[in-house]
Design a binder for this molecule. Structure first.
Ligand code: S6P
Ligand code: ZN
Length: 197
């Protein structure tokens, strides 16, 4: 456990089975925890009836959740689709909106969909070697558009916290779906501008 450590430490993100043992927490998000997040509810129910597939996993190094610390770890989004919509994370704002985050893509291919509380949106590609800087105020959701796992390293301030409720209720302004086999950005009809909420 890294929580109490007061001296520098190293851990590996070589993705060998042994390297995962370094992490303190392993969070597994399955299809059943994504209720209401995918546009095609019929496809969602049909897929869930066949089994509760893993959509993504998070490995974390535990550190005190206070300003001055950094939370780090790996996010792994599995390949797959619900209907024509790619597997993705729930997505969140940081509870302390004035906190940034870094993602470094190690493997796979996909996108980070981002949005501000005012409704500005952005999409950036996640490919091995890409470093994504997410400024304060931008909510974020990783999306796997490839056919292997999308693996990213993340680092964010210890006191950031998470607000999932806003995204659970309205989703993101855009969705990334497959059209003719290619990732395509479409509007999310359930989204509402802040002044209409
Ligand atoms: C946390 C950071 C990541 C995500 C992870 C899963 O601030 O952005 O560790 O937690 O990618 O996504 P989500 O939306 O389920 O937390
Ligand atoms: Zn975050």
């Amino acid at each position: 456990m890294h929580l109490e450590r007061k001296t520098p430490f190293v851990y590996q993100i070589t993705l060998t089975p042994e390297s995962f043992a370094a992490f303190d927490r392993h969070i597994v998000r399955r299809l059943s925890s994504m209720l209401g997040q995918y546009r095609d509810q019929v496809a969602y129910a049909a897929m869930l009836s066949l089994g509760d597939a893993i959509v993504y996993e998070v490995y974390e190094i535990a550190r005190p959740e206070v300003a001055g610390e950094l939370m780090t770890g790996l996010s792994i989004v599995h390949p797959g689709k619900v209907g024509d919509e790619y597997f993705m994370t729930k997505g969140h704002f940081h509870a302390v909106l004035e906190t940034a985050e870094i993602y470094y893509c190690l493997r796979g291919q996909g996108y980070m969909l981002m949005e501000t509380p005012q409704g500005d949106w952005a999409l950036e590609e996640l490919l091995p070697g890409n470093v994504l800087y997410i400024p304060p105020y931008w909510s974020h959701r990783s999306i796997n558009t490839g056919d292997e796992k999308l693996v990213t390293f993340f680092a964010y301030p210890g006191h950031a916290g998470h607000d999932y409720a806003t995204i659970e209720r309205f989703g993101f302004r855009k969705r990334v779906v497959a059209r003719n086999g290619k990732p395509t950005v479409v509007d999310n009809p359930l989204w509402r501008p802040p002044e209409e909420r």
